[in-house]
Design a protein around this ligand. Structure first.
Ligand code: AMP
Ligand code: ZN
Length: 111
């Protein structure tokens, strides 16, 4: 499968890895939009949230268990978790991922 995040998980493509465990990988976004801009992904290919179900939801649960652990020290004033899901949300990489954004005051609402 030609998936860039699967290749990052397999270490076929280099990335700046911040955290890794059996189910998840967290690495720096290539084009950061804030001082802290990380991506956290499941270590299996799930295209988007539309594909999450009871068979793979333990990956999502682990992602959300890890996000505060990863972000607590580097985003002590807070952070935002973003998932662009599908075409209308402008999802550009079709491997489920959550952005962790922080290190500055973020605007709301997103446009
Ligand atoms: P999205 O628009 O929500 O699908 O976000 C995809 C994100 O993946 C963008 O913020 C990209 O900058 C990021 N991205 C794409 N390729 C890479 C890569 N090789 N390493 C790290 N981040 C990447
Ligand atoms: Zn993938």
């Amino acid at each position: 499968m030609d998936c860039i995040f699967c290749k990052i998980i397999q270490k076929e493509i280099k990335s700046e890895i911040i955290f890794e465990d059996d189910l998840t990988l967290c690495f720096k976004d290539l084009k950061p939009v804030s001082p802290v801009h990380l991506l956290i992904v499941p270590k299996i290919h799930i295209t988007s949230l539309f594909e999450v179900d009871k068979n793979n939801s333990h990956y999502i649960s682990k992602i959300f268990e890890n996000i505060p652990k990863i972000s607590m020290d580097i985003c002590e004033n807070g952070f935002r978790v973003v998932n662009n899901n599908g075409e209308d949300a402008l999802q550009s990489v079709e491997h489920l991922h959550f952005h962790i954004l922080g290190g500055r005051q973020l605007g709301w609402p997103p446009c």
